[in-house]
Each structure stands twice: as C-alpha cells, then as structure tokens.
Design a protein around this ligand. Structure first.
Ligand code: APR
Length: 234
C-alpha cells in the first residue's frame, strides 16, 4: 500500500488525448484552430453566440463518442483505496466520471451542463445547445450557455482545491502543460506544504517544483506509477 495518504491529482487535456480528444497547445490542437477570443470568453458569447455554441457542440459530440482510457480507469480504481483523494480536472469532458471516478472537481466546468445567463440555473445537456433553446427554469430564449469557465471567469471549487492542496502529502499533475493559472500554480502550493510533487506527461517539464517527472503516454505511465510504483491494487 502506498506511503502517501492524502493525494491530490490534477489532470489536463493530455489524459484524454489517447481517447481521441484534442489537446489545446499540441500541434493541431484546439487553440491552433480556433481563436480563444472568438469562442472561449463571455464577450465572444455576447458577440457571436452561434459560433460559440457550434464550437462547444462539436466538442460535446467528440466527447460523447470518446471512451475513458487506462489512465482514467486507473485513477477511478485508486480513489477508493486512498485515505484522502482529491481529483481536480481542467478538462470539461466526462471521461473521469464515465471511468468511475466518484468525486471530480471539474474546475473549468463541464461540456454536458448548461448555465442560464438570465436566471443562473444550471442543468444537464442532452444533445446540442442552440440560440433557439428556451431556459426550462425562467423560460427565456437564447440564454442557455455551456457551463464552461471561460477565460476571464473564476474557476470552480477553488476553496475546496486549496484546502486539499495545503494538506496533501502527494501532488500528481497528469497531461497538462502547466500554462494556465490558477491550475499551473497548484504545484507551488503543494510544494510549500511539503508534499511530494510528480509530473506525468508526454513532454517533460523544466519546472523545478516537481520532485519527479515521468514522460510517456498517460495510458501507460499513469497505471505504471500508481500500481507498480505506489503499490495500489489493479
Ligand atoms: N499522455 C500524456 N500527456 C500528453 C499526451 C498523452 N497521450 N498527449 C499530450 N500530452 C500532454 C502535452 O505534452 C501537454 O503538455 O498534455 C499537455 C496538454 O497541454 P494543453 O494542451 O495546454 O492542455 P491543458 O494543460 O489541459 O490546458 C489547460 O488551458 O486553454 C485552457 O481551459 C483550457 O483547461 C485548459 C487549460
């Protein structure tokens, strides 16, 4: 059994890459093909809601078709074996949930949920969102947006995340370029609180705050690390 009792895991787009979902900053990634200020800000939604809805409908269709891979399944397997487990994801797909992870802090929101800009109620999306949709709560038209945290908006669950970061003895970042804050700063908080810090990623990192870096495909290095190195049961 692992010597670590309070584990925080942060995942990024790289953990879903082998499930067929685009990352953001790899060659040909989402931000290679779309301008952030056209599809991922509140101003973009005000200016051109149809374009924004099309962008997220396409990502929702891709996410629905994708399947969790061995990395998602491993994290779900380890969760009940760990005394205190916190899984934070920057991803908006539902692959962690579909892999069986019970408690996922989706800090950038979720593709399968809407938010009404009029009454601020949220709900599950089945299918697509459009500017013709009527909010089931306040009955206004064209007020349903994807429940995604856009650039310039406050990520979700930050209090809960900070509390767990300050108390963890192991912090593992998986498949993230560490370029977007506040997630990019989590390793520093964990380090300051004497946690062991590990990066599992296709590309290495020159971030000296990581005690250990293992490079490779998430579907291989995540199970190898949690099962073979930390001793959790498959
Ligand atoms: N296995 C492991 N890591 C991988 C794999 C793989 N198969 N494929 C890619 N990676 C790594 C890449 O090397 C890169 O470091 O995943 C990382 C993906 O980085 P980004 O594309 O920047 O994605 P992410 O870090 O999740 O972006 C953070 O930025 O645009 C915002 O809201 C968006 O949540 C996103 C945030």
């Amino acid at each position: 059994m692992s010597q670590f009792r309070r584990i925080v895991v942060l995942t990024g787009a790289g953990i879903s890459a082998e499930s067929g979902l685009s990352t953001f900053r790899d060659g040909g990634g989402l931000w290679d093909n779309h301008r952030i200020d056209e599809v991922a800000t509140p101003e973009a939604f005000d200016l051109n809601p149809d374009l924004v809805q099309r962008f997220y409908n396409q990502r929702r269709r891709a996410a629905t078709k994708a399947q969790p891979n061995a990395a998602h399944l491993c994290l779900a397997q380890v969760e009940p074996q760990c005394e205190h487990w916190t899984l934070v994801s920057q991803n908006v797909d539902d692959l962690h949930q579909r892999a069986g992870s019970q408690h996922v802090l989706s800090m950038h929101g979720q593709l399968d949920q809407y938010l009404c800009v009029n009454c601020h109620k949220e709900g599950n999306i089945t299918g697509e969102l459009s500017t013709q949709d009527v909010c089931p709560h306040c009955h206004k038209v064209a007020t349903l947006r994807p429940r995604i945290v856009w650039f310039g908006e406050m990520p979700l669950y930050l209090d809960d995340i900070m509390t767990n970061l300050m108390a963890c003895d192991l912090f593992v970042a998986i498949g993230t370029s560490g370029t977007v804050y506040p997630a990019a700063g989590f390793v520093e908080i964990a380090k300051r609180n004497k946690a062991h810090t590990v990066m599992l990623n296709l590309d290495g990192t020159d971030n000296l705050l990581f005690d250990k870096t293992i490079t490779g495909q998430a579907s291989q290095i995540v199970p190898a690390y949690f099962y073979d190195e930390l001793g959790f049961k498959r």
